[in-house]
Design a protein around this ligand. Structure first.
Ligand SMILES: *Cc1c(COP(=O)(O)O)cnc(C)c1O
Length: 394
């Protein structure tokens, strides 16, 4: 890659895709098997079952052979029929985006949108059902990554179930980094992938689908068939007895297997704990330096991504370039409506390790200082260390 003039980051603290665990990199380079060989079919079934162990569901998970964004679009086209009124919950760019997909297929779109530094209030969902008892499907992004904020999925899920509607949850950047599973939030379609908190490659998607959602798709006259986007076509692919409708991404399945081993062997609770601690240390350091959090309250700040405001007099790109050029640290910019307003520090997978918060805070502070901002870098680093040391003493 010598012909590329941009320097490779030394520390990738992005909001995804993220650096993968070494064992995942090794698995990605294992032999490519013939998908119809009995060996691969049995292996595939074992991976689908391992997904369900991680998701804490009974049925083997659906594995889709494209990135999560495509799997969410596929969910919209498979699930939403011409008679469906859809309630879309938007607290950020991904939430808003789902509404555009939904509008292609639904009868009517009802939307609740909050400022992108706030979370959806479950009471708003309750009120929406009161006004529109005909809502059939609700869509929620648990962690809207370009905002770095978390929505109360459990409470919203309970409300949706009470009213008998189906709930689609995008948990792409939260599952594996915090305590959230399809059963916790009554999700009928729960979408996640290995490329964010699980520390794998971003090319496949893991989905948990409820019986009610399968029934709804089977009854949807517009649900695509003989299409890679068809959930129904992929439904039975987990079984070693059943054919694949299209060629699965063999290398990515090898990587997925390793990602799940990493997660399950380390223990979910331990993984969530280090994500939460890294984020807490990062928030403490940023605030001690005088940098403002993007999230309106710290309670809704994500444990897998810290979003901070870009100081008024600076541009996001100047800060990102300085952090990269001076220290080799890569952060993420905002996206869509949050682009230019915030910078995101990812705490996902292998870099959800508390000491990376020191790297993040010192690189961010150093970049601001180099751009002429008066910030107290020492206070930032001390506050970060204080959070880490307090947790380690326990
Ligand atoms: C990353 C992400 C996706 C999927 O985006 P890809 O472009 O497929 O990686 C979807 N939703 C959320 C909330 C995400 O963070």
């Amino acid at each position: 890659m010598n012909h590329i003039r941009e320097k490779e980051p030394i520390f990738t603290l992005s909001a995804g895709p993220v650096a993968a665990y070494p064992r995942v990199l090794r698995a990605l380079s294992s032999p490519i098997q013939y998908d119809y060989d009995a060996y691969f079919q049995a292996f595939y079934e074992s991976v689908a079952r391992k997904c369900s162990t991680a998701l804490r569901t009974k049925e083997p998970a659906l594995i889709l052979h494209y990135e999560p964004a495509a799997a969410i679009e596929a969910a919209a086209t498979s699930l939403i029929g011409p008679d469906d009124v859809v309630l879309n919950l938007a607290s950020g760019v991904y939430g808003k985006g789902f509404g555009y997909w939904s509008a292609r297929y639904n009868k009517e779109l009802v939307e609740i949108e909050v400022p992108y530094n706030e979370a959806i209030d479950p009471q708003q969902v309750e009120d929406a059902f009161r006004r529109r008892p005909d809502i059939r499907i609700v869509s929620l992004v648990h962690h809207d990554t370009p905002s770095g904020t978390i929505n109360p999925a459990r409470e919203i899920g309970a409300t949706v179930r009470k009213h008998g509607a189906l709930l689609l949850v995008d948990a792409v950047s939260s599952f594996g980094g915090m305590d959230i599973h399809p059963g916790d939030c009554n999700a009928d379609i729960f979408i996640t992938g290995p490329g964010k908190c699980l520390g794998g490659a971003p090319g496949v998607t893991i989905v948990a689908v409820s019986d009610r959602a399968w029934e709804h798709m089977a009854a949807n006259p517009k649900a695509p068939r003989a299409s890679v986007l068809s959930y129904l076509d992929w439904r039975d692919a987990w079984s070693k007895e059943k054919p694949f409708p299209f060629t699965p991404s063999v290398a990515e399945v090898n990587g997925l297997d390793a990602v799940l081993d990493q997660y399950l062997e380390e223990g979910a609770e331990n993984v969530w704990q280090r994500h939460a601690l890294t984020a807490k240390a990062c928030r403490a350091g940023m605030q001690a330096m005088g940098v403002k959090l993007w999230a309106k309250t710290e309670e809704i700040a994500s444990p897998t991504t810290t979003a901070v405001r870009v100081p008024e007099s600076l541009s996001d790109s100047a800060i990102l370039s300085a952090a990269k050029d001076l220290y080799g640290v890569a952060f993420s910019a905002g996206r869509g409506d949050t682009l230019g307003k915030l910078i995101r520090i990812g705490h996902m997978g292998p870099v959800a390790e508390p000491f990376y918060a020191v790297i993040a805070v010192s690189a961010f502070g150093g970049a601001l200082r180099c751009l002429g901002q008066k910030i107290d870098l020492t206070a930032g680093v001390e506050a970060t260390m204080a959070v880490i040391d307090a947790a380690k003493k326990k």
